[in-house]
Design a binder for this molecule. Sequence first.
Ligand code: NOJ
Length: 555
Amino acid sequence: MPLVAPDNPVHDIKWWHTATVYQVYPRSFCDSDGDGIGDIPGITSRLDYLQRLGIDIIWLSPIYQSPMDGNGYDISDYRAVAPEFGTLGHFDRLVSEARARGIGIILDLVVNHTSDEHPWFLLSRQATDNPFRDFYVWRKPADDGGPPNDLQSSFGGPAWTLDPTTGEYYLHLFSRRQPDLNWENPKVRAEIYEMMNWWLDRGIAGFRMDVIDYIGKEVDREVVTDGPHLHDYLKEMNASTFGDRDILTVGETWSATPGSALLYSGRDRKELSMVFQFEHVTQQWDAVYGKWRPKPFDLAGLKTVFGKWQLALARDGWNALFWGNHDLPRAVSRYGDATGFHSQSAKMLATVLHLLKGTPFVYQGEEIGMTNMPFTSINQYRDIETLNMHRLQMEAGLSPEEFIRGANESGRDNARTPMQWNATQHGGFSSGTPWIEVNPNYATVNAEAAMTDEGSIWNHYRKLIALRKMHPVVVYGDYQPWLDHHPDVFVYTRTLEEVRLIVVASFRPSEVCLTMPMELLAVGKCLIWNYEAVDRVETEMVLRPYEAIGLLTDA
Ligand code: NOJ
């Protein structure tokens, strides 16, 4: 069915409106050479799998040359591929093999900071009058010799490190091995734009932009996100690089509000296609301890956040939809029930997300319901943030057991254990010893088993991804929430001209009896379900644990 332009002047039609993106964390996806680290030829070997799933775009977490202090988010050469991942030749082959299957590749653009091994930083730290000095952010010590101000690193501790060579501090909003670039320097910006064009010319389909809300920072006023020049820089970047290329750009913006999202992604803004907002994630965190002590899951709060974003970007801008990524716990463990109702809850979560308006992002392994990892010892973790946090929490007197409980619930390594391909050793990820342990449940949770089971989570994702291509209402329908305050069910409709899609989903591990609003009573065609097809919405409905349906009716 051709896509019908909706009857409103809202969105110019873009190819990425109907697209589904799949995020690959290269280190953990597929190891082709047995060194225990995933690599680009490994990804290429799995393209048929991704094509069968139906995805349109692969977002690759960083593949560039890097000392791997932050698993590649610390880049020492923007134009080289890390040897453990392969070569530029392997990358070009991935792009062309993907293109042959109708799949585009988008790269992670990490330009708030580089590695401390980047030649720019090596030169910058040599002398205060080095021509590269101003590529980074240097300040004299405070009067007492301490850091120039109180800016803190996201990984814990001060965001400043004293460099003995010149006696000045440099800024690093992440690890001390990730010095922040000085975006106020036009030469820095010009270098970055040139590098982006170099990759675009190789045929990539876009960029995911790491902490892009930081680049306009005003260091002396301690303003990190949404600094005064942020949108000027993005406009300049757009005009200098991808403005007249038809690509997808998505910013990682933990600070985004619906208002700022319209600035980033508004139709006439000439900035980005969309941004990731994280309100549905951070809303579930503790006010003091953040993600290390998440609050009990609150569906009503989650619905409020999703609803607010759906409505705010209904006429302009565009939502990026996701449950998980390489920084977050596994979706089914966080929002569903990974033990009692693994399959039902994973399918329910997928249904709720994929039928919203926006571009869905699937994080590798989510499509087979991969779960959080039951580590038992600090020696098993690999993530720099988790290891830093361990040090700080031990100093603060937390017990090792408490730490492990928190890390297994919220730590980033949950998402980084190897992709589970089959039931053979190491889940078929590698013939060597994986850089991080495989989740022991690979014997049952794996792609091979999922693909052969008609009723699997994987086949559910495949159906949802296909529905977006078949039904314009999934892409453009207007969102309306129902039963807003209900603590256990998420009900919404999407309406486009004469068609209405009704989505009813339970987040409860037991039955829920519902009285449906009069306006929703309808008979229709069930497009998706996780128990059995239901062809009507009735006044009284009983939903089974984590039951979800999507019903197509007349508006
Ligand atoms: C956000 C990325 O998603 C995360 O993985 C990384 O550690 C930081 N930015 C620093 O680059």
